[in-house]
Design a binder for this molecule. Structure first.
Ligand SMILES: [Mg+2]
Ligand SMILES: [Zn+2]
Length: 181
């Protein structure tokens, strides 16, 4: 199976930006799905992609939120969007886990679980840690660039909206089909 690996905050739902830095919604009520996401995901699903969300949620380790609250938000996204699975890392840097992006652990866990072919898959993220995780796993990367005040890692494609992301993947997909014909 080929897959689109999607970051959560800033890709599916709005991040709350303070002083140039994005933060996740704290409760289900704060979740606002971004424009073009639902339509885009429906199109990508029709092209045969699995839709897998991989997200860092270090506020769990920082005791600013709980696993239950994060799962409530994840479940509400699953209800509204055609997502196949959501994997999250609850750790912070000091835990030195294998799953916190830019490490590729979440990508490989989902690969094993869903038998994903990474060569035909994409990663979509809004921060350098997402892009670097994709690079570390050897998959094509797409950045939704909000110009955050943080480190920049060069993706394969740079976009500004989910509509553009969908278009990039559709174009790559039809180019690949043409190559095989
Ligand atoms: Mg994000
Ligand atoms: Zn982790």
């Amino acid at each position: 199976m080929k897959a689109i690996y999607l970051d959560r905050d800033g890709v599916l739902n709005q991040s709350i930006v303070r002083q140039g830095q994005p933060f996740p919604p704290q409760t289900v009520n704060e979740v606002a799905i971004l424009e073009g996401v639902r339509e885009g995901l429906i199109k990508l699903k029709k092209l045969g992609f699995l839709l897998i969300v991989i997200t860092n949620q270090p506020d769990i380790a920082r005791e600013k939120t709980t696993i239950e609250e994060v799962e409530k938000i994840n479940n509400s996204l699953k209800e509204k969007l055609p997502i196949d699975d959501i994997l999250f890392c609850p750790h912070d840097d000091k835990d030195n886990c294998d799953c916190r992006k830019p490490k590729p652990g979440l990508i490989f866990s989902a690969q094993k679980k869903w038998n994903i072919d990474l060569t035909n898959s994409f990663l979509v993220g809004d921060r350098w840690k997402d892009i670097e995780a994709g690079i570390n796993a050897g998959i094509k990367t797409i950045l939704i660039d909000y110009g955050y005040d943080e480190k920049y890692v060069e993706p394969n494609y740079s976009c500004h909206t989910f509509g553009e992301v969908t278009h990039v993947i559709e174009t790559e997909f039809s180019n690949n089909i043409n190559k095989k014909l």
